[in-house]
Design a protein around this ligand. Structure first.
Ligand code: ADP
Length: 258
């Protein structure tokens, strides 16, 4: 019993550390990223002011510049909003969860997304999967991120061949593995570190936060998130999560606050 409590404490502390260091790394790239739209807004506003002073501002021009300012503000807001999801996220509430059920809960959403993009989504799970110790909502966020990315990757795949498979399996070593396999264009030819770095994106309106946030969530759960290039076509992203020890009480973490 004592050991189990120590283990829970240690796990909580590790989770906290991982979160803090990832955020520290992210802070500088975020500052840089938000700074760009803000600089653009300031520049547009100054230019407008100067034109007004010179009595040279046509209202059609003013409207155009205001439109640009609005767009940049939305972009900055978008970055902040996604970030707030990350920063204000409560510490993961680790509970025994059923991964299949978590997946089933997000499936309808994923199905809609898939159908809108002519993607056939299949879900494979064994009849029984051991419970995992996880924050269900965060894990669902990761699932949706990976599914979304898989769908995006198949934009140029002929419609009949757009298959996305989400699979749950047990690995034997006390871990459950989830894989998301697409038949898309394949990941860009950059190193793994760059691919997972905050703000790396190849999409015109992408933010490049999905993979880095997903990896930080999975790492904080004591799992790993990685990918492989499929032999024929596309990519498989997969993550592992530790199985909850069979004897772990459901309402475990309640009294182990710092
Ligand atoms: P975003 O989706 O906003 O670009 P992500 O961090 O989720 O941000 O992804 C970063 C980049 O990784 C994507 O822009 C894309 O180039 C690449 N990527 C992610 N998932 C896939 C995938 N399944 N197939 C091909 N490329 C991918």
């Amino acid at each position: 019993e004592y050991l189990r409590q120590k283990e829970a404490e240690l796990r909580e502390r590790m989770t906290h550390m991982t979160r803090v260091s990832t955020m520290g790394e992210m802070a500088s790239s975020i500052a840089h990223e938000v700074n760009q739209p803000l600089t653009a807004i300031a520049t547009y506003a100054q230019a407008c002011g100067r034109l007004i002073d010179q009595g040279m501002l046509e209202s059609s021009e003013a409207r155009e510049v205001l439109g640009k300012i609005g767009q940049e503000a939305i972009r900055a807001g978008d970055i902040i909003r996604r970030l707030r999801n990350l920063v204000h996220r409560r510490p993961p509430e680790l509970m025994q969860c059923d991964l299949v059920q978590l997946l089933e809960e997000v499936a309808p959403l994923a199905m809609v997304d898939a159908r809108l993009n002519d993607v056939e989504l299949t879900i494979r799970a064994p009849g029984s999967v051991p419970p995992i110790l996880a924050d269900g909502i965060q894990v669902q966020q990761v699932l949706l991120n990976l599914i979304r990315n898989g769908i995006d990757a198949m934009a140029k795949t002929p419609p009949g061949e757009r298959l996305l498979e989400v699979k749950i399996a047990t690995s034997g070593g006390g871990r459950v593995v989830v894989s998301v396999t697409d038949r898309g264009a394949g990941v860009p030819d950059v190193g793994e570190e760059e691919l997972f770095a905050p703000f790396f994106t190849t999409k015109p309106s992408g933010l490049g936060l999905g993979l880095s946030i997903s990896r930080s969530i999975i790492t904080a759960h004591g799992g790993t998130l990685s990918f492989g290039r499929n032999a024929d076509r596309g990519t498989t992203f997969f993550f592992t999560l530790p199985e909850a020890a069979a004897a772990e009480p459901c309402e475990g973490d309640k009294e182990t606050n710092e």
